[in-house]
Design a protein around this ligand. Structure first.
Ligand code: MLT
Ligand code: MN
Ligand code: ZN
Length: 293
């Protein structure tokens, strides 16, 4: 199995267009690497590729990954797209795949319902782009990969939030993927609001776990002066704190890699926070990173 990080950043990317914070400024000046928005690509055979989450940066991400270049006139190795939720950073890139090439779009019935409700996504003509409802805990095949979606605590997409959204709801709104091929197993969970025992057990034994690295402290955004929302309110468990990922996943085996990293996360700069996650055995995903699970 091959895995490529197309975009390691959270929504907004790094630098974020309207942000002049120290981290975004460091990325603009080339001091630290920029990150495009949340997406990975996987292949069981190096020929057929599955993109998980279609970010607004997808066009440039595909251009930067030669195995995903066309193989002949109007023939793409991209055969399927899988969505883990309906967030803008995971669906907007679908609009960049509208040029008539066939692929299968896998998402839960709930997320497909959201897309169906929005006429702009009708540009993905049904005779070219087959939409397959992904049932929780029901394994399916995508280009030689064996995939199972499972619910993780999360919330509805920002643009669907009502008065009081439940940030830790369990259902079809937010899923993680268990992806297997050639005896290897990858877990991809770019959004996850909490880490109950059952979820830790569900992820145990994977060769690679790509996990929600949106925030370091629950109140990163507030500390940075960039907003009033906590990570938990946004559906993202923080790295730190007694219920955070560093503590809850401390004994999990396999390669542990933080992904979907927000531009306010202090681990992006050299310093004690970055040192702490490395000391705990975690990696920080980077755009263009190749992983062979
Ligand atoms: C998130 O991960 O919390 C969302 O991508 C936020 C957003 O829609 O900008
Ligand atoms: Mn996001
Ligand atoms: Zn910033």
């Amino acid at each position: 199995m091959r895995l490529r990080i197309l975009g390691a950043g959270a929504g907004g990317g790094l630098p974020q267009w309207n942000c002049g914070c120290a981290i975004c400024s460091a990325a603009r000046s080339g001091q630290i690497a920029s990150m495009s928005q949340s997406s990975i690509a996987l292949s069981s055979d190096g020929a057929r590729w599955v993109v998980v989450n279609a970010s607004p940066d997808l066009r440039v991400q595909l251009a930067a990954h030669p195995p995903l270049h066309p193989t002949s006139l109007r023939q793409s190795p991209l055969v399927a797209v899988i969505l883990t939720n309906g967030d803008i950073d995971h669906v907007a890139g679908l609009l960049s795949l509208r040029e008539g090439s066939p692929f299968t779009l896998h998402a839960t019935g709930t997320v497909l319902g959201t897309l169906a409700h929005d006429r702009v996504f009708g540009v993905l003509a049904p005779d070219r782009v087959r939409r397959e409802a992904m049932e929780l805990e029901r394994t399916f095949e995508a280009a030689g990969l064996t995939v199972t979606a499972f619910a993780v605590p999360g919330k509805v997409a920002l643009y669907l939030e009502g008065e009081r959204p439940d940030p830790g709801a369990l259902g079809e709104e937010t899923v993680a993927l268990d992806i297997r091929a050639n005896g290897r197993r990858v877990i991809y969970a770019p959004a996850c609001a909490a880490l109950p025992d059952w979820l830790i057990e569900r992820m145990e034994g994977a060769d690679v776990v790509l996990f929600d690295g949106t925030v370091y402290h629950d109140d990163d955004m507030i500390r940075a002066g960039c907003g009033s929302k906590t990570g938990r309110r946004m559906g993202h468990v923080p790295m730190t704190g007694p219920e955070g990922s560093l503590s809850r996943l401390a004994t999990m085996g396999g390669r542990r890699i933080f992904i979907h990293i927000n531009n306010t996360n202090p681990v992006l700069l050299p310093g004690p926070e970055r040192d702490a996650i490395h000391a705990a055995g975690w990696e920080i995903a980077a755009d263009g990173q190749e992983i062979v699970p």
